[in-house]
Ligand binder design. Structure first.
Ligand SMILES: [Zn+2]
Length: 185
């Protein structure tokens, strides 16, 4: 198993109508999310990783890249062995415009689609149900809401609305990798 580098990049691809290009992740952790990935194993820095992940996961070329005022350290679990800083990642998030024709990775993605803010809100509610124990890990993986680690940033960017209590529950899920007490993914 690879060791985590404790660094992640995420890229919000947003069109002129304000829709977000998102997909259901085929790799753990489950959830509907924008393109994202680790940084320093294959790339010299965050911006290079941002370009590469959009290309690898969506088959698209980044035209413009703007650093967003959200991100920072999160104790979210990934599928790798914990890195030098333990479990978690220093995140930088970008907003991107893209060119090219969508050619998503079958290995990493499924159900790629453009989501309106209303769609995003519905998916955030599904993640809340999962965090409250009303959906199993399997049910959430089959038909996911927003990937838990992303919910806080979409709330901070005023794209979705969620109560502080529910956000706390969802952050807890992001750190554990499961909503089953006594287990870790
Ligand atoms: Zn990691």
């Amino acid at each position: 198993m690879k060791t985590c580098d404790n660094a992640s990049v995420g890229i919000l691809v947003i069109d002129s109508a304000g829709r977000h290009l998102m997909f259901d992740r085929n790799t753990a952790p489950a959830g509907c999310a924008p393109a994202a990935g680790h940084v320093f194993d294959d790339h010299p820095g965050y911006t290079e990783a941002a370009h590469a992940e959009v290309s690898e996961e969506l088959g698209l070329t980044v035209a413009t890249l703007e650093l967003l005022p959200v991100g920072g350290w999160r104790d979210n679990r990934c599928r790798r062995a914990p890195g030098p800083r333990g479990v978690g990642h220093q995140w930088q998030l970008y907003r991107a415009t893209v060119t090219g024709d969508l050619a998503a990775s079958d290995r990493e993605t499924r159900n790629v689609r453009w989501l309106t803010p209303d769609d995003m809100q519905r998916l955030a509610i599904r993640t809340t149900l999962y965090a409250c124990g009303r959906l199993t890990d399997v049910e959430f993986a089959q038909t996911p809401g927003i990937e838990p680690v992303w919910v806080r940033w979409f709330a901070e960017l005023d794209i979705i609305r969620i109560s502080p209590a529910d956000l706390g529950r969802i952050d807890h899920i992001a750190a554990r990798g499961t909503n089953q007490e006594g287990e870790t993914a």
